[in-house]
Design a protein around this ligand. Structure first.
Ligand code: NAD
Length: 318
């Protein structure tokens, strides 16, 4: 971690839609004191820095914002990677993954060469695999590599369940776990409205809330990204705010619980796989992984999700 107490610095690699939604949200919430924007397209990063700087007069706090290079990562607290290439028509998932692994090699080598000693925060998809690749390529301790994981999916779940129950999403305590993708799942046995179990609400609701409705909600969460992409080609505001929340937890040493992609080391009976789990985050990155009391069925879903991720990573043969 950066040892200065007066300045919180974030380096952002990839100033596309996701990266800039993150940057805009950082500025609006005044989460850091210095923000450096890095992109293969240097001109774009420069334009984005100018545009953000013009909002400073309306921001809640001051921030030094500029387009920079990998050397600027040296004293950053967090390097966030949102850079990636999009799927070409007809391209296989594995071919895309290989191209994104190459993109990451071209980023992580110069970032580590700069002397960077902070926390990597990864958003590029498939995020669980890209976080594991980051850990492998950087040689960083696993605690200092965080993937955004199911942080966004969890926010979608809290929103949808809150809508259904007519409750503020902030009073819904429920998580999406597993891969950020098709094998993710909601462990409903762990879901609470304030301190009341959602499954108990089902039992007492006389049918107005039931398992079928919960299943529909978890499917809506899973399909949310596809639905948004169909209408506007990409998703970015939600992930931008999720990344901001994670960065705030790290920079503030908050010990906040967020479902991020972390490397399991015996947790949930799994080894060496990055996957979305509830974690306690602070200035050291993933300080602890929470081990929830999943049901047998939920455990199986989690195992399946880990297996999917392990297979994808092995296919890469890094
Ligand atoms: P985008 O195409 O708008 O931006 C990508 C940026 O990466 C571009 O500015 C490009 O110039 C840059 N880039 C490409 N190769 C680079 C390299 N080698 N070095 C430096 N910069 C490079 O894409 P986007 O919509 O911002 O999405 C970015 C990533 O975020 C995608 O992988 C997307 O799937 C992912 N995403 C993740 C989540 C999540 O929940 N984790 C949600 C939404 C999107």
């Amino acid at each position: 971690m950066n040892t200065r107490t007066d300045s919180r610095k974030i380096a952002l690699v990839g100033t596309g839609m996701v990266g800039m939604s993150f940057a805009y949200s950082l500025l609006n919430q005044s989460v850091c004191d210095e923000l450096v924007l890095i992109d293969l397209d240097r001109k774009r990063a420069e334009g984005e820095a100018m545009d953000l700087n013009h909002g400073l007069a309306f921001a809640p706090g001051n921030m030094k914002i500029y387009a920079g290079s990998y050397e600027d990562c040296k004293d950053a607290d967090i390097v966030t990677i949102c850079a990636g290439v999009a799927q070409k028509p007809g391209e296989t998932r594995l071919a895309l993954l290989k191209r994104n692994a190459d993109v990451f090699r071209s980023i992580i080598d110069p970032v580590t060469a700069s002397g960077f000693r902070g926390i990597f925060l990864i958003a590029t998809n498939p995020v669980d695999i890209m976080a594991r690749i980051t850990c492998r390529l950087s040689g960083f301790p696993k605690e200092r590599v965080i993937g955004s994981g199911t942080a966004l999916d969890t926010a979608r779940l809290r929103y949808l369940l809150g809508q259904y129950l007519r409750v503020d999403p902030r009073n819904i305590h429920a998580y999406v776990m597993g891969e950020h993708g098709d094998s993710e799942f909601v462990p409903w046995s762990q879901a609470l409205l304030a301190t009341k179990p959602v499954l108990q609400i089902c039992e007492e609701s006389g049918g107005s809330l039931n398992l079928k409705i919960l299943e529909n909600i978890s499917n809506d969460v899973k399909n949310a990204a596809y639905e948004i992409i169909e209408t506007k080609k990409a998703t970015y505001y939600g992930i931008g705010m999720a990344l901001t929340r994670i960065a705030r937890a790290v920079l503030g040493g908050e010990n906040s619980v967020l479902t991020v992609s972390a490397c399991l080391d015996g947790d949930y009976g799994q080894q060496e796989v990055f996957v979305g789990v509830p974690c306690i985050l602070n200035q050291n990155g993933v300080s602890r992984i929470l081990r929830l009391n999943l049901t047998e069925d939920e455990f199986q879903k989690f195992d399946r999700s880990c297996e999917t991720l392990r297979r994808s990573f092995d296919e890469l043969a890094l």
